[in-house]
Design a protein around this ligand. Structure first.
Ligand SMILES: *Cc1c(COP(=O)(O)O)cnc(C)c1O
Length: 396
């Protein structure tokens, strides 16, 4: 025996009465500390190297990571930038998208996808998503095509790739660019191809909480197109093709050396971490099987999902969320308001009801704790709390 406290002892510590037999646990939504702790010495060494070489902004550590990340994705090039929003914005700019153009994307995504379109003066046009995969429904594209449409940005939401083949086919037929928002899908696969490598470019975020996360802000674009690569390299560095020779108006969107050094280390553990996420997702699915009130995520037959987010669908989501928080379970909603109904997008003129699937997902989605170091006990506890909450009694 390992001397672990019994359920009753724990319940007593938490000041609970005896009728509540289940020990209260704390399950964070995300545990970056647990992820970093076993390899903290590697980070120390790598950061020291950057300090010793003073290669802080761009430079050799960024170039090394770019090569490694391109190889990981199976793409010719990666271009390191400041964050995922930069990756999207610079890609659109580099493809010549600007005033008067329209770019088709989905309403259930992080705001950055639409923001990047708006920020290069083009107009975001939304299409509804598939009700099973929550990603762009290719059958909806036709409706939104106009003479001004220049590009499509499918989002590989929660770590599951969008159905790329019909999207690519539609784009080819109408002369449109395809930019993949792969900010949540590092290492995910579509029919054996890595997310981010199927369109003209793939955009990644290395925000700390992403499947591959930096120690601050970072992002990258991957592409097989050498001209697009060069254009983005120039744009991210003040439009200079060599130092102080500025061929166009750019911006400062460089990746920094410490982030690149950290990412080179973390990239080596990404595949293993993604496999653990997949294992946890299966455990959750199993725990919820037979509970009709909980709809578990669907993995398409074409996909290797990497579960950046494990979101269930439930009615009365907000009450269940409150119950979980009371029970010490960290959870979140991705995302409570679809983009077309955000105040910032009011000028686009969309009304509630425009995208029924995206809108109902916004009401029903509940993201549960998901990170590689999650334990079976934690998963069982979370599943137990969810089952309690969807049962009539717990909500009273
Ligand atoms: C995180 C994210 C982004 C933006 O990345 P940042 O690094 O935070 O700028 C863009 N799109 C999606 C879908 C994301 O999840």
């Amino acid at each position: 025996m390992n001397g672990a406290p019994t359920g009753q002892q724990l319940a007593a510590q938490n000041g609970e009465t005896e009728r509540s037999a289940k020990p209260q646990m704390k399950v964070p939504f995300l545990d970056l500390k647990a992820h970093h702790a076993p390899i903290i010495d590697e980070f120390d060494g790598a950061i020291r190297e950057v300090i010793e070489s003073s290669a802080f902004a761009g430079g050799p550590f960024v170039e090394k990571f770019e090569e490694e990340f391109a190889a990981f994705c199976g793409s010719s090039y990666a271009i390191g930038v400041g964050n995922g929003t930069d990756a999207l914005w610079l890609t659109l700019l580099a493809l010549g998208i600007g005033e008067g153009d329209e770019v088709i994307t989905v309403p259930n995504t992080f705001i950055a996808t639409a923001e990047a379109i708006t920020y290069c003066k083009a107009r975001p046009v939304f299409v509804d998503v598939d009700e099973n995969t929550f990603t762009m429904n290719p059958a909806e594209l036709k409706k939104s095509l106009t003479a001004r449409t220049k590009a499509i940005i499918p989002v590989h939401l929660f770590g599951q790739p969008a159905d790329m083949d019909p999207i690519l086919e539609f784009a080819r037929a109408h002369g449109l660019f395809v930019i993949e928002d792969a900010a949540q899908a590092h290492g995910a696969e579509y029919k054996g191809r890595k997310a981010g490598t199927m369109g003209d470019a793939g955009c990644f975020s290395f925000y700390p909480g992403k499947n591959l996360g930096a120690f601050g802000e970072a992002g990258a674009v991957v592409t097989n197109d050498p001209e697009l690569r060069e254009q983005i390299q120039v744009l991210r560095d003040h439009g200079q093709s060599r130092k102080y020779y500025h061929t166009l108006t750019g911006w400062n969107c460089r990746m920094d050396g410490i982030q690149a050094a950290v990412l080179s280390i973390k990239l080596r553990y990404l595949e293993e971490a993604n496999l653990l996420r997949r294992k946890h997702a299966l455990e959750y699915n199993r725990a919820f099987s037979g509970i009709d009130e909980v709809r578990t995520p669907f993995e398409a037959s074409y996909a290797q999902h990497v579960y950046h987010v494990y979101a269930i669908r439930v009615q009365e989501r907000d009450e269940i969320l409150r119950h979980l928080q009371e029970k010490g379970v960290g959870c979140a909603v991705h995302y409570p308001i679809p983009i077309h109904l955000q105040e910032a997008c009011r000028n686009l003129g969309y009304k509630a009801g425009a995208f029924p699937i995206a809108e109902s997902l916004a009401e029903e989605f509940l993201s549960l704790p998901m990170f590689p170091e999650l334990t079976t006990e934690q998963i069982e506890y979370v599943a137990c709390c969810v089952s309690d909450a969807v049962g009539v009694g717990a909500l009273a």
